[in-house]
Design a protein around this ligand. Structure first.
Ligand code: DX5
Ligand code: ZN
Length: 216
């Protein structure tokens, strides 16, 4: 089953509650929340306070994508704020095994994220311990960028690894996803599609979500 995770990065922050309810009613499966610190990526967004404010207004799981240095310092704050999934970049985690297990000890599902150039070998020894693998299909930091096609074989490789090891993990893609690139990701084996501008840039969010899911 293909799931769609609208990224609120492209929403109107002045009416964030309404923007979240709109995609929930439009059939979204997760709410994707991009946390940026101005160090790991050249942009700044939101922290635990905003997640705490969002938590009571939606029933959907909150899929929190940490694009920050030293994520270990903030994991318990994001867990307490109500994150359902916490995903960390392997490029920001020298002790990834410890970080992943700390996320789980906090009662949250753990995800690992790879930038477009980062090889799958970086997660071969941790994939059995995670709930989600997120493959970036843009360089993180901004919405509205162009999909990087060279990530497609990486999606296939993760799907193959999951199958070989009999793992039931979410395989998520993020960046430049629209109806057309979503189809390529699904064919390669992704089952969770993050989309910001392709959903929030449209007036009819329900139709945009259906298009990304591959339904009319
Ligand atoms: C990029 C973020 C994405 C972003 C995607 O750093 O991680 O989640 O919101 O935006 P689009 O779908 O517009 O590429
Ligand atoms: Zn993201």
């Amino acid at each position: 089953m293909v799931k769609v995770a609208p990224s609120i990065l492209s929403a109107n922050f002045a009416k964030l509650g309404e923007e979240i309810r709109d995609v929930e009613q439009g059939g979204a499966d997760y709410i994707h929340i991009d946390v940026m610190d101005g160090h790991f990526v050249p942009n700044m967004t939101i922290g635990p306070l905003v997640i705490e404010a969002i938590r009571p207004i939606t029933k959907l799981p909150l899929d929190v994508h940490l694009m920050i240095e030293h994520p270990d310092h903030y994991i318990s704050a994001f867990a307490k704020a109500g994150a359902d999934y916490l995903s960390v970049h392997v490029e920001a985690c020298p002790h990834l095994h410890r970080t992943v297990h700390f996320i789980k000890e906090c009662g949250v599902k753990a995800g690992v994220v790879l930038n477009p150039h980062t090889p799958i070998s970086m997660i071969e020894h941790i994939i059995d311990d995670v709930d989600l693998v997120l493959l970036m299909t843009v360089n993180p930091g901004f919405g509205g960028q162009k999909f990087i096609h060279s990530v497609l074989p990486k999606i296939q490789r993760v799907a193959q690894l999951a199958k070989e090891r009999n793992l039931s993990i979410e395989i998520e893609v993020d960046g430049g996803v629209n109806a057309e690139t979503a189809r390529l990701c699904i064919e390669a084996g992704a089952n969770v599609l993050v989309a910001g501008s392709a959903i929030y840039g449209e007036i009819d969010r329900a139709a945009a979500i259906r298009a990304i899911r591959g339904k009319k």
